[in-house]
Design a protein. Structure first.
Lengths: 430, 360
């Protein structure tokens, strides 16, 4: 019988749920250890283990015209102007004045051409790197990094997701890697409810109780599925590590100046929390912004959305640079596709995977570069186009992982970590 | 439905004028000889309304980005300058030029009237002042004769989406994205009254949706009419096209009515017919568009047509017997690569539907 994998971590997460769900207690798991990789990481790759990722997911599809690849004064260009940036000769939308000042830190890709124009299929397809179909579900990039680089020395969960709405444990992100490589999601940037030990329970009793649980769990797991037990244990460990870092969620500890710089809006708050998570050593931080599917009123919509994105995005690039973290934090900002050149009757733009842009910065990336271009109208890529597989190879390379050598081991099935027909975009790498 | 009114004013379509680009607005000139249309292509398209075929004439140039709105005098008698159109674009330019002479030399122009997208323009009844507003949150009043700036106000927190002069012309009304309408006293530069139409705005995630999209006074000056949508969500904006009517003297909201379903979304333009009813255009989901005739005092519209997809503007000819509606081609939307028969990527366009109205 196929085990039902619907476990408490799928749902809104609380400490009580975590602890109750934990049925295996073999101590701290070697999350992201070398097991499960056919070609193990080299010494150089191991040195990369302090590298981190900030993955800014702009859900629904940011318009490339109103952001990274403006075509003002052309048929599909829309109403906005372009502005010069700190990178001579490179212009972006006037809706991004702050980002324009940090453009010299970025590596811009303007020739993305991907395969899916629907959200339902496109979102996971892009975030899993759209590999060749081998009958398995590949991990999201966050899960892949959690597996390949492990949690680091922070003791914090390796893959966290800061998002609007509810939180929980997104085990689905992990695909065949197994649920322990899923994302721990902080709904609205808040920690799970009831994370702290109840006041009626003293530390000594808590330790004793956990010791008993560990013993019972060991006994329980001996006759059950190893992967599920590891997942339970991993989630349990995450709860434990977060209990020690409540300060990360304490809004009163935030500098008012930082709050102002990032913005008091949802995305600003979440990006500021992301910065703090990265400073605390979380390996992979994903920040999601919803509401970008502007099929209607696209221009007033982007006029409202873009300045908030611009504010927080530029602020975190500045901060990572000033803190010397940009050398080791790879920053990716992207959607599942761009938006159509054609402006529909609702003055909106629809889905457009044919020619769109994404922005990279930080670890391993060549700073102040633009790769690829679109034609004069912005309708299609002019010259070579890149698919998401190219980006996965490039991101792995930036993190010090050789995507041609390192493979996953899915119960004996060797699997490439990125699409085997794509390759690294060398122009993007430092 | 008021059958008597419908029988009296039901329009018949005369012709659809073809323009190969999208348009934001159209206005008849006060002399009635021309129909002007503001384009996404930075042009003011012109049509000769004296000829039966209504041919397109050489367009007026000089704008950049989108020509967003046009303003012409309400009659030839109230124009500070003869035969001119005032126009604004999305790159911040305010322009005054002849609508007769197709030479590109304007009477006057200000290339940086605003920092960026000018969303609306209004001309006072005397034809002496032009008001503009935009996403720079500035509200400015200019001399219609020479373009000199006369007044400047700042709406601190929100984009300003429309303006209208008060009937006594001593103050200016400005409606913003938050759904607030402020009355600015021209002499003191102070806000003297506020009209709350916050139902026309919603904060949805990162997006501020809706706002005051139309602002006009009734011909008798006793009612202030604003319109837009009651937004349900951002992104693919959905909402109920809505009109709100305030008593100008008391400032009280006297009526609010909706003109469609959630997918119909925005009231995009409105004009008064001399017989006292409103003519309104509506645009929402691609394909959803309406022309609606309705008296404010009634409980329902007396005429609606959904024949034209995504209607963005309506204008009444000075003879009161012709009406022009800027609409959109059918099949204007679609995800992904949709090429035409020649393998080219097609853009959308805005047919201008010209209707005749019965004598009434």
């Amino acid at each position: 019988m196929t085990p039902n994998l619907c476990k408490p971590w799928e749902h809104a997460l609380s400490r009580r749920q975590w602890l109750g769900a934990s049925v295996a207690g073999s101590g701290a798991l070697a999350l992201g250890g070398l097991g499960g990789l056919i070609s193990p990481l080299t010494a150089a790759e191991l040195n990369a283990k302090d590298k981190q990722v900030l993955f800014v997911w702009i859900d629904g599809g940011m318009s490339q015209y109103e952001s990274w690849d403006p075509k003002p004064g052309t048929q599909f260009g829309g109403p906005f102007r372009q502005i010069a940036t700190s990178l001579p000769g490179v212009n972006i939308s006037e809706l991004m004045p702050r980002t324009a000042t940090v453009m010299h830190q970025l590596a811009l890709v303007r020739n993305m051409c991907t395969q899916d124009n629907s959200h339902s299929a496109g979102v996971p397809r892009i975030q899993r790197g759209d590999p060749k179909n081998r009958g398995v579900t590949y991990p999201f990039f966050g899960s892949a990094v959690a597996k390949l680089l492990g949690p680091g020395s922070s003791g914090l969960p390796p893959y966290v997701s800061i998002k609007p709405g509810s939180g929980g444990f997104h085990y689905q992100d992990a695909g065949f890697l197994g649920p322990q490589y899923g994302a721990l999601a902080f709904g609205d940037g808040k920690p799970p409810e009831n994370l702290l030990r109840h006041s009626s329970l003293n530390e000594e009793d808590d330790v004793a109780r956990n010791s008993l649980r560990t013993t019972l769990n060991k006994r329980y797991v001996e006759s059950r599925r190893h992967e599920n037990a590891e997942a339970h244990s991993a989630v349990y460990e995450m709860a434990g590590s977060l209990m020690k870092r409540q300060d990360l969620f304490d809004a009163t500890k935030l500098s008012p100046k930082d709050v102002q710089r990032y913005g008091s809006h949802e995305f600003g708050r979440h990006m500021l929390l992301a910065r703090n998570m990265l400073e605390a050593g979380v390996r992979f931080v994903k920040v999601t912004s919803y509401g970008w599917d502007t099929h209607g009123d696209n221009f007033h919509g982007h006029r409202s959305l873009m300045p908030r994105f611009d504010q927080a995005y530029a602020a975190i690039i500045e901060d990572l640079h000033e803190r010397g973290m940009l050398d080791r934090v790879l920053v990716i900002a992207m959607s599942e596709f761009g938006r159509t050149p054609r402006i529909n009757g609702h003055i909106g733009r629809d889905h457009w995977p044919e020619a769109w842009s994404l922005a990279l910065a930080g670890c391993g990336m060549k700073r102040g570069t633009v790769v690829g271009k679109t034609n004069d109208l912005g309708t299609f890529v002019d010259g070579d186009a890149f698919d998401i597989g190219h980006m996965f190879h490039t991101w792995f390379a930036a993190l010090g992982i050789d995507s041609r050598k390192v493979e996953y081991d899915n119960h004996g099935q060797p699997l490439p970590i990125a699409h085997d027909s794509c390759s690294v975009v060398k122009e993007l790498l430092a | 439905m008021n059958d008597e009114l419908k029988a009296k004013f039901e329009p018949k379509e005369l012709k659809a004028l073809k323009v190969d680009r999208q348009l934001n607005a159209a206005r008849f000139t006060p002399c009635g000889r021309f129909l002007l249309a503001a384009g996404h292509d930075g042009l003011i398209h012109r049509f000769d309304m004296t000829a039966a075929e209504m041919p397109e004439l050489k367009p007026l140039t000089g704008h950049h980005g989108w020509v967003q709105r046009l303003a012409v005098a309400s009659s030839t008698a109230t124009s500070a300058l003869p035969e001119v159109v005032y126009s604004v674009d999305s790159w911040g330019q305010l322009r005054c030029g002849s609508f007769v002479d197709d030479a590109a030399v304007p009477r006057w122009t200000n290339g940086s009237a605003h920092n960026g997208w000018i969303v609306d323009i209004a001309l006072n009844a005397a034809g002496s002042l032009v008001a503009t507003c935009g996403i720079d949150r500035a509200i400015r009043v200019w001399s219609a004769t020479d373009g000199a700036m006369k007044h400047e106000f700042t709406n601190a927190d929100w984009d300003v989406l429309c303006v209208a002069f008060a009937p006594d012309e001593k103050s200016l009304l400005a409606g913003d994205l938050s759904g607030m309408i402020r009355q600015w006293d021209l002499a003191s530069g102070k806000v003297t009254r506020e009209f709350n139409a916050a139902e026309l705005h919603k904060s949805d995630r990162l997006q501020e949706v809706g706002g005051i999209r139309q602002l006009q006074f009734s011909p008798d000056g006793k009612q202030l009419i604003c319109a837009g949508t009651k937004p349900k969500n951002g992104g693919n904006v959905q909402g109920l096209p809505t009109v709100m009517v305030f008593n100008w003297e008391t400032g009280q909201l006297v009526k609010s009515f909706e003109l469609g379903k959630e997918g119909d979304v925005y009231v995009t333009d409105l004009a008064f017919h001399p017989a006292g009813f409103l003519m309104l255009t509506i645009s929402g989901n691609p394909g959803a568009g309406k022309l609606v005739f309705r008296r404010i005092e009634d409980d329902a519209s007396f005429y609606e047509t959904t024949k034209m997809p995504n209607c963005h503007s309506v204008t009444l000819h000075p003879d009161h017997h012709r009406l022009a509606v800027v609409a959109t081609n059918g099949g204007s939307n679609g995800n992904g690569r949709n090429l035409d028969k020649e393998g080219k990527y097609p853009g959308n366009f805005s047919p201008i539907h010209v209707w005749t109205l019965p004598a009434g």
